[in-house]
Design a protein around this ligand. Structure first.
Ligand SMILES: [Zn+2]
Length: 340
């Protein structure tokens, strides 16, 4: 059987597969075009003023006696109440402020931000709501400071592009700020069994790595419940093994309990899951466009009879978009076949 010599092709294949592409800031503004609500404004003394807790009951009085301004463009703001259920500030029509091109804020998003803000305060964390970071032109929902480190918390209720999530994360990291993404609602697309969930590429982009494992947090303002999906390990890029934890937000205390990486991944299911993946690939894959299938057939191999060393579940395999069988086949084909 003819074998290709060892090539750099595999390196490019891996680089292409690794997630993390960035784009221009204009795309961020375009994607987030909509109506913006603010919960934090400057008062006439130039101090930051947040519409949380008791302040929300004083809205009629504030509307009469106070004036508020945008922390970004300094334009006067309108204090609205009753339009959506949560009192908020809004720019006037035709404002040129960059913040008017921000994400449309649903009552759910506003409520979630406020709940998370109050939670941080009740846990004695130094937190600011909608703090504008002028150097990177970002306005995280919450900016939390703890032990000299800063964390930008983004509560994301509506899906935005994966590129946008990655770009904003990189911008925070470039300023020494650690991004934390919290999805609105449950942190998975579908629950298929007790420990088996479906993820989307968008949800993957918001996962965090902590203590050697991959996690995703969610918060549901309607029920006041916080969710944490831990030990996320993919069977495929969509289907994952994970553990779901949930609590009322009032019962979650800082510092968080630790969730050690457990070796409870159901390895005995893995060969069947791998075979399912190969079956789907052969049945629905396009031979012209599928580099994996094409390479397998070009080498005269049968996709169902590949070496059992191809497609092993390995640590950090979630860093690749493709299935381990796919990228491991190229390592096997380009390198290992020669030496084993
Ligand atoms: Zn403004």
């Amino acid at each position: 059987m003819h074998k290709k010599p060892i090539s750099l092709g595999i390196g490019f294949f891996i680089l292409w597969q690794i997630k993390g592409k960035a784009g221009p800031i204009e795309e961020y503004i375009y994607e987030k075009k909509g109506v913006c609500c603010l919960l934090t404004a400057l008062n006439k003394e130039g101090e930051l003023f947040t519409l949380s807790g008791d302040m929300r009951n004083r809205v009629p009085q504030l509307r009469k006696h106070e004036r508020f301004f945008c922390p970004v463009c300094k334009e006067p703001l309108i204090l609205k109440a009753g339009h959506v259920r949560i009192p908020h500030f809004s720019h006037r029509h035709h404002s040129q402020c960059i913040e008017t091109a921000s994400e449309p804020e649903s009552p759910r998003h506003l409520q979630g931000k406020l709940d998370l803000f109050e939670w941080c305060r009740s846990n004695q964390l130094a937190v600011s709501l909608e703090h504008y970071l002028s150097d990177i032109r970002q306005r995280p929902d919450l900016l939390v400071e703890k032990a000299g480190r800063q964390f930008a918390v983004e509560f994301q209720c509506t899906p935005i592009s994966v590129q946008s999530v990655e770009r904003r994360s990189l911008q925070y990291l470039s300023s020494g700020i650690i991004p934390i993404w919290i999805v609105g609602g449950q942190p998975f697309h579908k629950r298929r069994a007790n420990d088996m969930f479906e993820m989307t590429e968008y949800l993957w982009s918001q996962t965090m790595r902590n203590n050697g494992q991959t996690m995703l947090a969610g918060y549901e303002p309607e029920s006041g419940r916080g969710f944490l999906l831990t030990n996320i390990t993919p069977y495929t890029s969509r289907k994952v093994f994970a553990r779901l934890h949930q609590w009322p937000i009032s019962k979650i205390k800082y510092p968080f309990p630790s969730f050690p990486a457990r070796t409870n991944f159901p390895y005995k299911n893995w060969p069947d899951e791998k075979m399912n993946w190969i079956q789907q690939k052969v049945r629905y894959g396009n031979l012209m466009r599928d580099s994996f299938l094409r390479a397998v057939y070009m080498e005269g191999s049968n996709p169902f009879l590949l070496s059992p060393l191809i497609g092993l579940p390995v640590k950090y395999m979630e860093s690749f978009i493709s299935h381990p069988a796919e990228w491991q086949f190229f390592i096997w084909s380009d390198c290992l076949y020669m030496v084993i």
